[in-house]
Design a protein around this ligand. Sequence first.
Ligand code: ADP
Ligand code: MG
Ligand code: MG
Length: 882
Amino acid sequence: TKYVYFFGEGQVEGAGDMKNLLGGKGANLAEMLSIGLPVPAGFTLTTEVCTAFYDNNRHYPEELSGQVKEALGKVEAQMGKKFGDPKNPLLVSVRSGARASMPGMMDTVLNLGLNDETVQGIIDQSGDPRFAYDSYRRFIQMYSNVVLEMDGDVLEHILEKKKEEKGVELDTELNAADLKMLVEQFKKKVQEVVGQAFPEDPEEQLWGAIGAVFGSWMNPRAITYRKLNDIPAEWGTAVNVQSMVYGNMGDDCATGVAFTRDPSTGENYFYGEYLVNAQGEDVVAGIRTPQPINKAKYKEGDLPAMEDVLPECYQQLLEVRSILEKHYRDMQDIEFTIEKGKLYMLQTRNGKRTAKAATHIAAEMVKEGLISKKEAVLRIEPEQLDQLLHPSLDPAADKDVIAKGLPASPGAASGMVVFNADEAEEQARLKKRVILVRVETSPEDIHGMHAAQGILTARGGMTSHAAVVARGMGKCCVAGCGDVKIDYEKQQFTTKGGVVVKRGDMITLDGSAGEVIYGDVPKVQPELSGDFAEVMTWADEFRRLKVRTNADTPHDSKVAREFGAEGIGLCRTEHMFFEGDRIQAVREMILAEDLTGREKALAKILPMQKSDFLGIFREMKGLPVTIRLLDPPLHEFLPQTDDDVAELASACGVKFSDVKAHVEHLHEFNPMLGHRGCRLAISYPEVYDMQVRAIMEAACELVKNEGFDIVPEIMIPLVAHVNELKILRENAVAVAEEVIKEFGVEVEYLIGTMIELPRAALMADKVAEQADFFSFGTNDLTQTTYGLSRDDSGHFLPDYVERGVFRRDPFVYLDRAGVGQLVKMGKEKGRATRPDLKVGICGEHGGEPSSVIFCHEIGLDYVSCSPYRVPIARLAAAHAAL
Ligand code: ADP
Ligand code: MG
Ligand code: MG
């Protein structure tokens, strides 16, 4: 097997489309070389090595070392240097690179190959001892941290002390002698802490670093990231070994990161940061304040731009930017280094971006003729739209801005201040909104960032860890807020203006403006026009699947229609039972001794339900509306506490003990499998009769008086046996016909059922004899197929996902293999009986992209989801069709 792929000028074994094998980084390094961009030579150990390594008890395949040796020989030949040669040594970086980019997850070692002999060679070759020792001390820091697993702070502390001693602030101010001494101190410390000497043998260093990269695939941070991003462990990572270029050789050297367009707004302007005389991740790590690449968005206080400081390099970089965009036809996120005025490319990948930037870039690239509408639609991740659909600060609201930082990730959020990730997670579990405040974040904080509404950091730029991760998560983030001084000990921060904010205080972040505001500021809903609307119309052109919404009120219906809903797939009538003082009438109905009593109470409810339906029908303007008749068990409507029981008793003029007895009588051990849904109507048909009457009266009235065109869809829940449906259908038809006669109008109506019990799916051909439509209630169908309580499984489902029993939570992602099979079979059997049967799903899955794609694949007519997820479902449906 070929395990190692060489890349260098004139000879490139890999290509951009080989990401599965070479990882994203390796594939793109090869690709950049083949389109003529300057990339230092190197080679990639494939992801298959990683898989083999873990399959084989952490041993490499036998052929590997020979192949590495051969590739290293080619690098040496191309660079005219030799690895480990004391006179003219080749130094390399060892870099991880998975298929999907995992920012900050894997560690990189630079300047590998240095030891007490080769450092002399570097000095002789460069004539610059300061540079040589700077590289050496960096190497020891990185290697001891990444490979020897030493706490990075230990050496950092020695460095800090050295700077203090010398009375300087920046590491660039240390001279060759200082750095040389640091190297010695570092090595001593390593010996002390690790209990073995720092490895001098370059060969040993190389394999140590390679092993550490493969090893890091299974470190907890990487595992967390994969879990959050749904990346399978089997993918493995590749390792890139690449000849070093030096950004730390003086003032005509630099290192930087850039985006070919603004990743926050999508604006077509070259956006990036760099540092003179620096190496590797200095920019991202916030060691010094980075400088902007160009002046287009110059603000007061910004440091000199590359455009002015290194104008020729800036021109080279502009050229590369345009070549990359034309070639990749997408916004790129690049890393580069300048060595003595010459630019080298070290990485490119499709840049992560906010939803706002994604839609803007997609729309603009279509206009630039760079991509087609189809591609534009496919460029936007459905899930990401969530960000656009979220609030921003109400411009009219008063706000007390207490600090300003960088607008690192847009949107607005409020929450109580917490200072560490664990607490953020803890509070979020208690349903508290929190803002995570850190000096800076690292991969260890990811779980807390995930739990928080927003993130505030005191240090770090627009490309810092916090900024990149927050944008990826779609969370608002204010980064690099130097105005705040954080005191972890006291659990508080102090602003430049002297405001002290304590743990638990409420603050608001505006990630679009970079503002930190005291208190909870009101927010407004986003405007869904411009690029968003444009791309969504394109999406609608491509999709087949219809998208409806779950809505119980005229207001929700209106929101959903603005989001593009094409009807209501699920209107839950029981929600209406809780409105205002209606619950009183509902309770009277439940407590009634006999039919007459129930009918009396139902008569009070009828006009209320009717007015709800009038509102919803009006709002939906003739679009289809599926109304589900009463579903939950009756005791859900009854008072829980003795106080409430007493109140109800006196209101109905009944004895306390009678009410109490009735409530106890209705108690069920397993209510979700109990007396609910159609089972209630088998016992008490008058309940559904009233609801059907309310629906039909509303429809007839609008048809007759307001010229509406309405075909109500009446849905009977929890059917397991066709006879349930047969009886209830007959009842419903009788009531509907009676109402139609009373009004003297022609109104069509449909009667269908929810398929949410496995038996109904298994018997769908029979059930379809009595149904005009099916709607798969996949929440309950998941619960009943798995025999897994929706309400209780939250406690242990995470264990299942953690231990890999389930790959994902089946209540969030439709389980295609099991539950999905029932849906598919139910649809097919139903259509066999009634070819015109309308089939859709309602429930949370209807707004989850991968589930929507499944619904498209098995040929459903529509999905239905909550109003805010409608655009997500529309886009996912378009993706499914493309
Ligand atoms: P990450 O995946 O965390 O971005 P990288 O492998 O890209 O890690 O390395 C981080 C940084 O190290 C790069 O952006 C680059 O600045 C520097 N670097 C990596 N390899 C080299 C090299 N061969 N020469 C110079 N700098 C390098
Ligand atoms: Mg990194
Ligand atoms: Mg990188």
